[in-house]
Design a protein around this ligand. Structure first.
Ligand code: GLN
Length: 195
């Protein structure tokens, strides 16, 4: 079992660290060859425009196919923008793997970034979440389940094997969101774990 972390730009190391803490083997993905044999993939936060440009090396073409084939993926912040079907004010959506529309930088400028706790369905009532120039979900398709809201606005959602969050769980010590991705979305149990 290996979970990939897309390593083109952004908060790559932090996701690797969270998965390490859970005892999950990881691989940083920079090229199409790195995508072989993964059980899941995390698309980190950063700058979605930069990641999208760097992904034109063939990685995004492969990711579109892998998402259609059912590879579990978790996009945080910029990663959520990349996985969304539509991005407000932009002609083409990068991957279109989950039927949502997102608005970029909806929580304001960098200076308005903030930390809070969220009630997340199936995870907990007090999950710490760091928002940094976060995108918000402005439309949710019929097949999409909203897992968390902030100020009434959806900030975490899932459809099939795709999970997205507006915030950065990897910037906290709390591992519950990563565990949810590994165990519930990817359907993996770590070695030696019971029940
Ligand atoms: N605002 C960034 C973007 O549009 C996302 C910010 C983040 O990932 N922390 O890509």
């Amino acid at each position: 079992m290996t979970i990939g972390v897309l390593g083109l730009q952004g908060a790559v190391r932090e996701h690797v660290k969270s998965l390490d803490a859970l005892g999950v083997p990881t691989r940083v993905v920079k090229s199409t060859a790195d995508l072989d044999g993964l059980s899941g993939l995390i698309l980190p936060g950063g700058e979605s425009t930069a990641i999208a440009l760097l992904g034109e090396n063939g990685v995004f073409d492969r990711l579109r196919r892998l998402a259609a084939e059912g590879l579990p993926m978790f996009g945080t912040c910029a990663g959520m923008i990349l996985l969304a079907r539509d991005v407000e004010g932009r002609a083409a959506a990068p991957l279109g793997a989950i039927d949502i529309t997102v608005a970029r930088n909806a929580s304001g400028r960098q200076v308005h970034s903030f930390e809070t706790t969220l009630a997340i369905d199936g995870i907990g009532d007090d999950v710490p979440a760091v928002f940094i120039r976060a995108p918000y979900i402005t439309r949710v398709g019929a097949g999409v389940r909203v897992l968390a809201r902030h100020a009434g606005v959806p900030v975490m959602a899932t459809e099939g094997r795709i999970l997205v969050a507006s915030f950065h769980p990897e910037l906290t010590e709390d591992l519950r969101v990563h565990r949810y991705f590994v165990e519930t979305v990817c359907g993996l149990r770590r070695e030696g774990e019971r029940g």
